[in-house]
Design a protein around this ligand. Structure first.
Ligand code: FAD
Length: 414
């Protein structure tokens, strides 16, 4: 595939840009593959890429019922950080954050990674103690994060009101190397690089059934015909329960809508990500100038990828005490995605009761930041049957009681 570079742009400019290739192929499905991956979100595409790149397994297809990156990957608010409490989480999220740092170079695709810093406010005494505990745990694990005072917070985010009458800012957990990336570009970059290594990516191809015999999985039925396979990866976020049902097992996962919104674009006014978990809201500013705002997940199970006015009102009301200037902004757009929540708020990267079927789900409200690390670990698990990073996130933790409790780190925090 032709590399993207300043030289290539200059050369194409002279030739009226007619020489660019398609970023990824559009093949017809073959009757059989070694590995079928269901779901062309970031996690499915990263799994395909690392299967090819790290393990030389290229007889792989990624099947997507809609369009590539059209699920949660293209709907999220792009916060990247690794300051989680428990060691297994810190390991996978830090692996991910590190991989993000030079992902643009590795994929030869500008994913616009912006390590602008992530600040998690403490607005109650309880929260202050919780973040102090997390900061100590991070330091023990070798992750750079630190507690900052209200005065330092005011210097980092001048538009903040630290003296709110109900919830004054008492401190914060600051991860300077956290930040954001461009969500579509992450999906597109992995798709282009995986396709270049020989992976087939097939959009508008819904998996409608899973075939198995007494030895395990044998293939999938799709809206474009049956496909046989030796291994099947289910990587469909909010639809994990639907696919597990097709395969004949159940998952400890609930599907819940999660919404976000952006304001009209304004001049640069906030150059980091701020999360206010007590009031349930968070905010950053996109490169286009919109304030990107999100809050907590909806309080009911559903499959509707929609926003609602109650949510906008609730989230913006929660944030205006801390950021009074947002009360004067108009809203530009709102939307929703369906997130897959586990009881301990940690993901599942695991073999399943059906031999040959692997599952990657349960990322809930916070899986964008994990895409590179999750793909890396999932590829290791699928290729070799085990992976040190994926190990703790196996399904049997729910029967053995080995929960990885991230309910504090993952509350509203994305
Ligand atoms: C509003 C919102 C804000 C968020 N903010 C953040 C954030 O700031 N930071 C963060 O880290 N995370 C965030 N998240 C979470 C993050 O977006 C997800 O955890 C992550 O994108 C999940 O990626 P995925 O590849 O697993 O799933 P998806 O991107 O949802 O991909 C799954 C794909 O599977 C496809 N599919 C489903 N069923 C089938 C089928 N039967 N056949 C074929 N294809 C199928 C879907 O069409 C979809 O494209 C947010 C999520 C939302 C909704």
């Amino acid at each position: 595939m032709k590399r993207y570079s300043a030289f290539a742009i200059a050369k194409e400019a002279l030739g009226y840009h007619v020489g660019w290739e398609r970023a990824w192929g559009n093949p017809e499905p073959k009757p059989e593959y070694e590995v079928v991956i269901v779901g062309a979100g970031g996690h499915g595409l990263a799994t395909a890429y690392y299967l090819a790149k790290n393990h030389g397994i290229t007889n792989v297809v990624v099947l997507e019922k809609g369009w590539l990156g059209g699920g949660n990957t293209g709907r999220n608010t792009t916060i990247i950080r690794s300051n989680y409490l428990q060691d297994p989480s810190a390991e996978i999220f830090e692996l991910s954050r590190r991989l993000y740092e030079d992902l643009s170079q590795k994929l030869n695709f500008n994913i616009m990674f912006s390590p602008r810093g992530v600040l998690m406010l403490a607005q109650t005494e309880h929260e202050l103690r919780a973040w102090e505990r997390t900061a100590h745990a991070n330091r023990l694990f070798g992750i750079e994060s630190e507690m900052v005072t209200p005065e330092r917070i005011k210097r980092i985010v001048p538009i903040i009101n630290i003296e709110g009458p109900r919830y004054p800012v008492l401190g914060g957990l600051w991860q300077a190397r956290g930040g954001t990336a461009r969500h579509d570009a992450v999906a597109w970059g992995y798709a282009r690089a995986a396709s270049d290594l020989g992976v087939d990516i097939i959009q508008q191809c819904e998996v409608t059934g899973i075939d198995r015999d007494e030895h395990g999985v044998t293939g999938v039925r799709t809206s474009r015909g049956a496909i046989r396979c030796k291994k099947l990866c289910i990587v469909v976020a909010g639809h994990s329960g639907v696919l597990a049902d097709m395969a004949g097992f159940r998952l400890p996962v609930e599907s819940v809508p999660l919404q976000a919104l952006v304001s009209e674009p304004i001049k640069p006014c906030i150059d980091c990500v701020v999360m206010a978990n007590t009031v349930h809201g968070y905010m950053s500013q996109s490169d286009k100038g919109e304030l990107v705002i999100g809050g907590g997940a909806d309080g009911y199970n559903a499959y509707t990828q929609r926003g609602s006015f109650q949510h906008v009102e609730e989230t913006v009301r929660a944030l205006t005490e801390t950021f009074p200037m947002i009360s004067r902004l108009r809203m530009l757009r709102q939307w929703g995605g369906i997130v897959d929540m586990t009881g301990d708020r940690s993901p599942i990267i695991s073999k399943t009761p059906v031999p040959g079927i692997f599952i990657n789900c349960g990322w809930g409200t916070g899986g964008f930041k994990a895409i590179p690390g999750s793909g890396w670990a999932m590829a290791g698990l699928v290729a070799k049957g085990e992976d040190p990073v994926a190990g703790p996130f196996s399904l049997d933790r729910f029967t053995e009681g080995r929960m990885i409790d991230e309910s504090v780190a993952a509350a509203v925090a994305h």
